[in-house]
Design a protein around this ligand. Sequence first.
Ligand code: FEO
Ligand code: CA
Ligand code: CA
Length: 703
Amino acid sequence: MSDRPRLLPLLGATRHGSRDAMTCLYRCGNACDHPVPNTSDNAYFGDVVNAEVSRRGLVRGGAVGALVLGFGGAVAGAAPAAATPAAPVVPEAAGFARPAGGVGNGALTFKPVPPNTLDSLVVPNGYDHAVVMRWGDPVVPGAPEFDLHAQTAAAQARQFGYNNDFVGVLPLDGRRRALLVVNHEYTNEDLMFPGFTGQDALSVEQLRIAMAAHGMSVVELERVDGTGQWRPVTKGRRPYNRRVTALATKFELTGPAAGSAHLRTAADPKGRTVVGTLNNCAGGVTPWGTVLSGEENFNQYFVGGDAVAEEVKPKLARYGVTTTTRYPSGSRKWERADERFDLAKHPNEANRHGWIVEIDPYDPESRPRKHTALGRFKHEGANVIVARSGHVVAYMGDDERFDYLYKFVSDKKFMKGNSWVARRHNLTLLESGTLYVAKLDETSAGEIDGSGRLPSDGAFNGRGRWIRLVSGNRSYVDGMTAADVLTFTRLAGDKVGATKMDRPEDVEPSLLTGKVYVALTNNTDRGKAGKPAADEANPRNLNKHGQVLELVEDRGDNAGETFAWSLPIVAGDPADPSTFFAGYDKTKVSPISCPDNVAFDATGNLWISTDGNALGSNDGLFATAVEGPKRGHLKQFLTVPVGAEACGPFITGDNRSVFVAVQHPGELIGASVENPASNWPDGDFAKPGVVVAWRLDGGPIGS
Ligand code: FEO
Ligand code: CA
Ligand code: CA
């Protein structure tokens, strides 16, 4: 818990807020240096709806037919795989009780952690934390211990991957065991390989190590002595422990675009099986006990975009794949290890990435799937709720400046219960349905001047509708087939006039109210010459700090086609007049910048982690009530070390444990393995890792 000194005060070349140039290079291939991929002239807020909707006048979500998967809620069939030795006991049977209290209305009593630039993870007084898993820790039984100087791809493929982002914790036997499921978004070779001199100098084996450090991990955890602390099980069979990699794991394509001409390659002439998953960012746990994962900045892994047919180039460019040079800056050189990353040779390979992936952690033999019915874009993640009708609804964001917000509604209905029949059925829910994109209208358009000044009606708010793009094999977009729409979804959104948002990242419905929360991280291009100006949902030009949008579906019907929206949080320093915290007393609010991931605790409070704090302090994790008098009382729960981004987060359903992923600690220009900018977590070189925080007295978080 002591604050370790930094070895050297590196001056990173800051790009966006505190986000270092090195992060921009490795995570998204310097996406911001490239033109905004959305050059469509689709009107945003073209037809203003004059409905004056106050926040309090909105239809409440009411009773939502969703099951809360996890510790304390009812759980859908977490059935064991045939290959596994013991059936996990669902927590329903284990008898976790949800803590007393209202719904999303506060009881967050922890003392806020102040902003800081320490090279340590800081939690409130009365709490403790521990690293659960870090880069290189053995995952698959028999995996070798991590050896920085003798690393191999074979070892990495059995060890915890790099740059953990999404965190899900699924119950295994209620109180004592659980499965940790984590995404590994990207690698930073500067900080992984001693003596690194540049991407071109990497050996093929090193490139393969990087590919093996991407993907996902499933790790069996055990609770420590009845506390909120969890640690990996390190002995015994651990049958669920698993690595999914970009190197070798096979994925099945499902849905209407599977098998289409867009997805066929020389290695997969049927267009149904893809090797690997790329740049897995956020995700979600489904009510039937699987994990969804978003393939995000997949474009940076491909070269050769200059050599594809002319008519294909706009489709690549809309996704940020460079089409003017053979080897774009920031590319990862993976084509030296596997030629399918060279589009000059395999032009369709890029179409096989950018999907929502579903993995069943309870069945370690199962083949993960890429669901084409949920569309292809730079998926941040997907979060599912069961609508009153029983159809399941997945909410999704496309994390790019001026890109869109989506939802998917299944054709089939969720089947309750823990039977095998129910589970087999529910595993097919994301294979067919209707994909929508959001169009938001304003109530105060004439008052939006880009300054962030609150309109005279007291709210950034309006109404909106979900525009159908495709339903099963039927396309609603002129000139595009269903396979076209699903594979080139951004182009479909352009055609129907979707609303251009400020980087929609995590989108998550509260399972207690049905209301949906969208993290809009930032957009420093908003309002620049030739770019869309501020609008009521994206109310600041040169938006450095981002905002959070609340979406309330009409009649509480998550499967419906119309909604109301408002901005409960316009982020930044509370002393900055352009910020807004649902009208709460700003002197009591923690400063927040660049909201990225959202989650809910068991009482429905909203938790928000940040990426790229533009206020000069480290990134962190925050929580606020979203209902009642404490709505907008945002408090910082923890901060992450120097150079890191706070990811995850995940709060267990008993409110006893807060998991957070510490991604890219020490990622500052000039840092290396030998000369790290962060010594977290072990006092030597920086390692991404997953942390759990808990209350020392054993009580629930925040109350
Ligand atoms: Fe991987 Fe959109 O953050
Ligand atoms: Ca308004
Ligand atoms: Ca993110």
